[in-house]
Design a protein around this ligand. Structure first.
Ligand code: XMP
Length: 304
């Protein structure tokens, strides 16, 4: 395994006096890559946070601020309207992922051209590569020839030999703040893949609120990942004395070392009751909360 210094020297040696870009999501992988890249390249690395509209509450602003506080400029690229337009009417999960990935690539292509960048820095880790090889699409993995068409000479992936816990170790070695290396993991396509069926702004708003509550209530247990998902169906519920069909939220939490397999995580009954009360009480139009009990395998962590 390469040391941190070797990784930094590797980036320097490749990019030399040219320009590199990277898209930061705030997750530990892309954050570590941004820090390594900044140490190696300084201003020759242009870092962007692409706001897809599917991020967690206040996430774009918080991530940009966290980096700013450490002297690293990350440009916030607001693409939410573009993403919502692109995914309108799309119901199938794999189609949503594809459209998301294409839109992401469109926007990133623009950024590459605007900066005349020759190198791309990516936070791809070992598990991403393995899942990609098994057929699961990843929104940010493209072929070399796709990038070559944009003038990219090389995609640099300094973390591709590491699992998530090893990336966290680097984050700690680099003295990164806890809000980065302890950040609950969140997929690139974000809340788009947590709404089953068409992802309307209303449904994304509901699942965003539910995600916040789930993370707050399960934090004490330190799950490897926890999520709220909004299935494409309704159930009856008593809201304000009426019994209309209302939305359902599924809560899922897992413990895992490598995200390749995962055990379900069951909190105490009190916590489950609180989750249910808060989600139905604080989010308009949610009448039911379900708790997921499938491990991986046979389930995946995400629903689509
Ligand atoms: P699955 O659902 O395959 O998820 O068991 C394993 C881990 O990968 C995350 N995940 C993604 N991360 N882009 C990402 O950046 C994606 O398209 C994507 N799909 C799944 C998932 O949240 C879990 O941590």
């Amino acid at each position: 395994m390469e040391s941190i210094d070797e990784k930094i020297e590797g980036i320097k040696g490749k990019v030399k006096d040219k320009v590199a870009v990277n898209a930061l999501s705030g997750g530990v992988d892309s954050s570590v890559v941004t820090f390594l890249g900044k140490i190696a390249l300084g201003d020759k690395l242009k870092s962007y946070f692409i706001d897809t509209g599917f991020m967690r509450e206040n996430e774009p602003e918080e991530v940009v601020e966290t980096f700013k506080e450490r002297g690293i400029e990350v440009k916030l690229y607001d693409a939410a309207d573009e993403f919502y337009d692109a995914v309108r009417f799309i119901k199938d999960g794999e189609d949503k992922r594809k459209v998301f990935s294409n839109k992401f690539y469109d926007i990133f292509s623009r950024i590459i051209k605007e900066n005349n960048a020759k190198y791309l820095l990516q936070g791809t880790i070992k598990a991403d590569k393995i899942m990609f090889d098994k057929g699961q699409s990843q929104h940010n993995i493209r072929t070399k020839s796709d990038y070559a068409e944009l003038g990219i000479e090389e995609v640099i992936e300094p973390l591709s030999d590491l699992y998530k816990y090893q990336v966290r170790d680097i984050a700690i070695d680099l003295n990164l703040p806890g809000e980065i290396y302890n950040r609950p993991p969140f997929p690139g396509p974000g809340l788009l893949i947590r709404v089953l069926g068409e992802a309307t702004r209303e449904k994304i708003g509901i699942v965003r609120k539910a995600q916040k509550i789930v993370e707050e209530e399960l934090k004490i247990y330190n799950p490897s990942q926890c999520l709220a998902c909004l299935p494409n169906d309704t159930a009856t519920g008593m809201i304000g004395g009426k019994a209309p069909g209302k939305y359902i939220i599924i809560v899922r939490a897992v413990k895992t070392d490598d995200f390749m397999t995962a055990d379900i995580f069951l909190p105490r009954k009190k916590t489950i009751e609180k989750l249910s009360k808060r989600i139905t009480g604080e989010i308009p139009n949610v009448a039911r909360v379900l708790y997921e009990i499938t491990g991986k395998p046979p389930g995946t962590i995400e629903y689509i």
